[in-house]
Design a protein around this ligand. Sequence first.
Ligand SMILES: Cc1cc2nc3c(=O)[nH]c(=O)nc-3n(C[C@H](O)[C@H](O)[C@H](O)COP(=O)(O)O)c2cc1C
Ligand code: SF4
Length: 596
Amino acid sequence: MKPTGMDLEAVLARHGRAPHRLVQILREIQVQQLWLSRDTLSAVARELGLSLAHVEGVAGFYRFFHGQPVGQYRVLFSDNITDRMLGSGDLMHELCHLLKVESNTMRADGRVSVATTSCTGMCDQGPAALINQHQLVTRLTPGRIEHMAALIEAQVPAHQWPVAWSRVDDQIRLADVKLGPQPAPGQGIAAALARGPQGMLDDIKRSKLRGRGGAGYATGTKWQLCRNARADTRYVVCNADEGEPGTFKDRVLLSSYADTVFEGMTIAALVVGARQGLVYLRGEYRYLLDALEATLARRRQQGLLGASIQGRAGFDFDIEIHVGAGAYVCGEESALIESLEGKRGTPRIRPPFPVESGYLGQPTTVNNVETFSAVTHIAVQGGAWWAGIGTAQSTGTKIHSVSGDCARPGLYEYPFGTRIGRILEDCGARDTQAVQVGGPSGVCLSALEFGRRIGFEDVPTAGAFMVFDRSRDMFDVAHNFAHFFAHESCGFCTPCRVGTELVLRRMDKLKRGYGSGEDVQVLYELDKLMHGTTHCGLGAAACNPLRDTIAKFRPAYEQHLKSLHFAPGFDMDAELSQARLATGRDDSGAHLETLA
Ligand SMILES: Cc1cc2nc3c(=O)[nH]c(=O)nc-3n(C[C@H](O)[C@H](O)[C@H](O)COP(=O)(O)O)c2cc1C
Ligand code: SF4
């Protein structure tokens, strides 16, 4: 389909015809056109002065961009293991049956296509689906599926479907600092201005705040490096990609506590000397965009964004929001910056790190949504107060996105140092076999380890807490995660591109019941091969669930093996203890003494 001159001109004008806005431009055109034809891409390339190969390369990278028609209705079922446990597979099958369409294929009349997508961040209220990439449907039931099929056949636009279907609840079960009462808008900025940029930086260091995006890098050090980098222009970027399956805390912070997050970004700008901030909002959370824009507009009116913030001459800062287009790897900070610059989300070679050369080549601090929320509370209450919460190396609180086999899924905020077992008790989990902490990239804990504690000293986490009771097959869990990594590998480096695919093929073989001990052995060898050879953290973590589940839930694998035959010289038990050593974990809870 050719874009009308009007469509294209309006979109290009809105983005100042800037080539680095390419991802946003393509996203907006696709909302109107439903797919991106070669004519469309040629027109965009011509107007932006880019080569067609570049524009096609970018369009081809993101899962939510389509180079072929996908139908008037595109239904994507969230494929996280927790959605599966809630019956998403059967529901998708039923919808395909009712609509007489094969999955992953557009119906001949061009009406509809049905497929899966990686976790949509609705694990506490699944099974969920995404309609036309911007409308979520939560709590799917057979009744809703039947009704949905009828609405699609009647060509009722998705925005006219029952409002209740798109209801997304916060489900805050336990609140501490970040989910409790919030400072009034501007209170954190006033406190930061009173201290001055250096004083505020000193206080962030005093708080010992560590980033909540996963790696746990010291926020004060990161800001200091950005502040000290030689440049006239600096940027503050909020990482709201939240693509790790099982994680949905940033969704709630953005939907109900956006002021606190934007305020944290503004304080960061004061410290590092930035005049522009960017929020990278994952495509699945597009439904939050209007409310977030309204909050930004109100903050501008309140003098909390824009020129001379709170009357301080020279303190100018504003925030804009970029919406992603379905690529988990774009949560990695350098890939995220590439995407912000309108390119494929391929992680950069580092050094230089973003604090030296980030967005548009300028020093950039990238921080997680929850990190910025913490900053505002620290500005108001002081670094020493924050350092007094949690443990020696993990100060403050952490929000957990709890889902899976428990009576009360939702958000739980605890000081660092909390026992896994305590979280299980609070969420009403029974007969628990395993917990996957930190998502597929994190660690899978068996019941022997429920005495371990959340914290960088013991069990680090970006926030996902998925619970599996004894009825679950842990092989299926690892199989789902293997599928996730193979699907999300960006393909840039061979060990990850090929390795994740080979892992998936072996797991598929085991699933079909054709596997032997040798396949398990090959999986081990792939894990070793990929470890330390991949370009970014996605490939490095891709075998974590595999290694954990083989080591801790071996019978789950054995029941899928046709034979237990291993190649000569392969000692499974030695490999298992090696794996435990390699991950720095054992089942004894020996790390506990490091925590207060
Ligand atoms: C594959 C991959 C995906 C990531 N996804 C996210 C994400 O969705 N959100 C996030 O904040 N950090 C994510 N990270 C970590 C970021 O690269 C970065 O460390 C983080 O945004 C820094 O913020 P912090 O210092 O506040 O933790 C990811 C890292 C990798 C390797
Ligand atoms: S490790 Fe995987 S995701 Fe990361 S750059 Fe290599 S191929 Fe891409």
